[in-house]
Ligand binder design. Structure first.
Ligand code: ADP
Length: 246
């Protein structure tokens, strides 16, 4: 498999706390990788290092053969890394389709998008994305009124409008009812596979990790403590102790 994202020797500290303590990790094209680990172990810090919201004191992040470590978040997004869920990114008083069209426009040329002549093409493209996420019936719903599960899908639609190669998801099923979480993940997986998107997701729900992740990476004290197939990694006594508290 071809490496898509590669982190080498990432270090960053806050005060005396090493939030990244020599992180090495490679994500391959087409993988669906889960990140697990206790609170405060550095999972969010890693996502921030990959998206340019944090700069490491040392180490490098590569997207294919391009160094993205010192790039601005906006440029990294353009190069193909999008993030969903961490910050509510929807304009809550606009409709779902308007949100998707705005994301499409932001990613392209805003002037081109504002030309009335181009509007039908933008509507069509936004609708295609919404259909992919099963949201076509909610296109004209005001985003702020969506129930949590649908809001999460709308967040992903907006992130996918940036046409990413790699999508970073922060706890895709948090706040969603037990019954809804598997259908939500099924929809997400299907949409991402259809668009050839590689995904990296932080997750606390071990059932979701076991069912959906091709590979799981276990974080502990700013480091990658273990990685591998979920069925193998979840049997590692060190992982059980750190993550499950067993
Ligand atoms: P996780 O996502 O695994 O819960 P984080 O990456 O949020 O962990 O945090 C790792 C460590 O870095 C924690 O000790 C946290 O308090 C600290 N940390 C993270 N971001 C900041 C920040 N902006 N300022 C100060 N400390 C931070």
């Amino acid at each position: 498999m071809k490496p898509l994202l590669k982190a080498e020797g990432l270090e960053v500290s806050f005060g005396g706390v090493k939030a990244a303590d020599g992180v090495n990790l490679t994500i391959h094209e087409g993988e669906f990788v889960a990140i697990i680990g206790p609170n405060g172990s550095g999972k969010t810090t890693f996502l921030n290092l990959c998206t340019g919201y944090l700069r490491p004191s040392s180490g490098t992040v590569w997207l294919e053969d391009r160094k993205i470590t010192a790039m601005a978040p906006r440029l990294i997004a353009r190069k193909g890394i999008a993030r969903a869920f961490q910050i509510p990114q929807l304009f809550t008083d606009h409709t779902v389709i308007e949100n998707v069209m705005l994301a499409l426009a932001a990613h392209r040329n805003i002037w081109e998008a504002l030309t009335p002549l181009n509007r039908p093409a933008y509507v069509e493209e936004a609708m295609e994305l919404l259909e992919l996420l099963g949201l076509e019936e909610h296109a004209k719903t005001i985003a702020g009124t969506l129930p949590e599960g649908l809001r999460k899908l709308a967040d992903v639609t907006v992130a996918m409008a940036l046409r990413p190669r790699l999508l970073l998801l922060d706890e895709p099923t948090s706040g969603v009812s037990a019954l809804e979480r598997f259908p939500l993940m099924d929809t997400l997986m299907k949409a991402m596979r259809a668009q050839n998107i590689t995904a990296l997701f932080v997750e606390h729900d071990m059932e979701i990790v076991e069912k959906y992740a091709d590979r799981v990476v276990v974080w502990d004290s700013g480091q990658v403590m273990a990685e591998g197939r979920p069925d193998t990694v979840m049997k590692d006594p060190r992982v059980l102790k750190s993550v499950v508290g067993a």
